[in-house]
Design a binder for this molecule. Structure first.
Ligand code: ADP
Ligand code: MG
Length: 337
């Protein structure tokens, strides 16, 4: 059974980035407005995510690390109206199987915080009073200590640095879609990146991508009927040289479905096509930066697709692509080629 646990956990928890993403999602689900991420030795020695969210209720702490425990949905019905990033109760338990985990938490009702040490199966082995304020701090030490092959991946400094960049990208994606969120990222006690609380999406974008990139982007709002799909965000201004808004990283397409960052290759491709960015620019590795938020009824989304939840299945994929196409035509005109 412990081998099975290790195998299934290692599918959910594949990397440092993945741990940071799951823990940050938990913080956002707990309505945190502040999230501090601290890594030591690229996250291998320690990953700590601290939030000022709701905290974990005393009755939930004994089971929080137990696989498939979730406080977020209670019936199949809830999946149809999902408002949270998490719903499977898999992250914390899976992390416990591949690292040493402590959780320190305090709710509004608690007089003081408590630090819980969890074992490989996610059960509490010890607890002691602590001094933190309201919210939750999860500390993950010695990630993949029992998976030498995966740990081996991190013996390459270049890969570690790329991974650190990806952690920043994940936090950036949340920072863009949650203007009110304050986020920091530290590595070995040095602050690498931060984003303060912002009043609106545009300011959040300036804070994350910089004023230069944003000056070449324009906001849009587009509504598709039946099924209702709302698209909004920021795309390059018509005629603007999109290479000014691009970076060498191909991953500057920030796409969200109901505020969940997702990969949607077809959408990215459509946008690039309409900007005439496919052939020449692809070769040069330059792509337009854009932000596209898709809002659909929760019932139209099936997030239960890949363990990392970055691929979402939409029940109205064709309608979505039509809506995006309509939007692009309205902004840039019909395609000539
Ligand atoms: P899920 O997010 O799918 O519910 P997780 O394994 O990520 O599952 O977390 C298990 C449970 O632990 C959550 O349902 C929640 O009750 C609690 N939890 C974990 N992290 C936090 C946090 N930062 N703030 C509040 N509650 C948390
Ligand atoms: Mg979760």
């Amino acid at each position: 059974p412990s081998t099975v646990r290790l195998l299934s956990s290692s599918q959910v928890i594949t990397s440092v980035v993945n741990v940071v993403k799951e823990l940050t999602e938990n913080s956002l689900d707990a309505e945190a407005t502040s999230v501090d991420v601290k890594l030591e030795n690229y996250g291998l020695d320690r990953i700590e995510v601290r939030d000022n969210g709701s905290g974990i209720r005393a009755e939930d702490t004994p089971v929080m690390g137990v696989r498939h425990f979730t406080s977020k949905i209670s019936s199949h019905q809830d999946l149809e109206s999902l408002q949270t990033y998490g719903f499977r109760g898999e992250a914390l338990g899976s992390i416990c199987a591949v690292a040493e985990v402590t959780v320190t938490t305090k709710t509004k009702e608690d007089d003081f915080s408590t630090q819980y040490t969890l074992d490989l199966t996610g059960n509490i082995v010890s607890q002691k009073p602590s001094h933190l304020g309201q919210g939750t701090t999860v500390s993950v030490q010695r990630l993949f200590k029992n998976l030498p092959v995966r740990r081996q991946f991190y013996s390459n400094t270049k890969k570690c640095k790329e991974e650190l960049k990806r952690v920043q990208d994940v936090l950036t994606a949340f920072a863009i879609v949650k203007p009110e969120l304050r986020v920091t990222l530290y590595h070995n006690k040095v602050m690498l990146w931060q984003k303060s609380k912002m009043a609106d999406h545009r300011s959040a974008l300036v804070a994350t991508l910089g004023p230069n990139v944003v000056s070449h982007l324009q906001p849009f709002h587009h509504r598709h009927e039946d099924p209702e799909i709302i698209l909004d965000g920021f795309l390059p201004k018509p005629g603007a040289d999109f290479t000014l808004t691009s970076s060498s990283s191909a991953d500057k397409a920030f796409i969200y479905v109901n505020d969940r960052p997702v990969q949607q290759k077809e959408i990215t491709k459509l946008v690039r096509q309409h900007l005439g960015a496919l052939q020449a620019e692809e070769a040069r590795g330059r792509f337009p930066t854009f932000v596209l938020r898709v809002s659909v009824s929760a019932a139209a989304v099936d997030v239960n697709l890949t363990p990392d939840k970055t691929q979402v299945l939409l029940h109205h994929k064709e309608a979505l692509l039509t809506a995006v196409e309509d939007l692009l035509v309205s902004l840039y005109g019909a395609q000539t080629s």
